[in-house]
Design a binder for this molecule. Structure first.
Ligand SMILES: Cc1cc2nc3c(=O)[nH]c(=O)nc-3n(C[C@H](O)[C@H](O)[C@H](O)COP(=O)(O)O)c2cc1C
Length: 223
């Protein structure tokens, strides 16, 4: 059983009806720096992405995978934003996500209007798969996208999109010398806008009445 954070998010209210896989998910910034992902772990995670639905089954995704301290990982770590460089390198693997923008190099024809949506969905499936395996995922976009494209030879009909840190979550006390700001953020209560802010019926902007009746402790200003 993997370590789990104790902070009580509103999501843990049984009234949400969330599956524990989603209820217990959060974007950890504290990863066990000794944990390694096996080929089998990575294979399962990427099959989860592979089996995501996509518009017309276009599967417009690709992943560049680096395991801690391998050449892909080392090259990518150099390109992280300052904020992400504090925590992301400790994860067992960093995956760079890409979506396909055109059918072939130099082509002006859009590959799929929904490519970015589909990649996001594949990433979400990977995240849930990771949670089921006792792993944590933290998606992030703070890195030099242009340099990633150059360093890894990404052709012009693919776009570097985000990155995904995967590893075994660890308690903040387990990492010696952990940056204090990371420890604070790791323990922060997670917040979401209430359903009534974004679930409508009749017309856009009109909250569905049943959402108002189901406001929960975790509802509130996003923090
Ligand atoms: C597209 C995208 C980009 C993100 N970029 C960053 C980032 O650069 N650094 C970071 O620490 N977190 C990043 N995040 C994580 C979000 O901040 C996080 O998911 C959000 O605050 C909600 O927290 P939770 O996932 O723990 O519920 C990103 C998430 C997504 C989906």
């Amino acid at each position: 059983m993997a370590w789990e954070r104790e902070t009580d998010d509103g999501a843990t209210d049984p009234a949400t009806g969330l599956t524990p896989l989603l209820d217990r998910r959060w974007s950890s910034r504290v990863f066990d720096p000794a944990h390694e992902l096996t080929d089998g772990d990575l294979t399962a995670l990427l099959h989860a992405a592979r089996w995501a639905p996509s518009a017309g089954n276009s599967q417009p995704w690709a992943f560049l995978v680096g395991r801690r301290d391998d050449p892909t990982h080392r090259a990518f770590v150099e390109l992280l934003s300052r904020g992400n460089a504090f925590w992301a390198p400790r994860a067992s693997a960093l995956l760079i996500t890409l979506h396909r923008t055109a059918s072939e190099p130099g082509s002006e024809f859009l590959y799929s209007e929904y490519a970015q949506y589909d990649l996001g969905q594949a990433a979400a499936h990977l995240t849930v798969q990771a949670q089921s395996m006792g792993l944590a995922v933290h998606q992030f976009a703070g890195f030099d996208h242009d340099r990633v494209a150059t360093v890894f030879g990404v052709p012009d009909h693919w776009r570097v999109t985000t990155a995904i840190a995967v590893g075994r979550p660890a308690p903040v006390e387990s990492i010696e010398g952990l940056e204090p700001s990371l420890a604070i953020r790791e323990r922060q209560v997670r917040r979401r806008n209430p359903l009534s802010d974004f679930v409508f019926d009749g017309r856009f902007g009109q909250s569905a009445a049943w959402t108002v009746r189901h406001e929960l402790p975790g509802d509130g200003t996003t923090g």
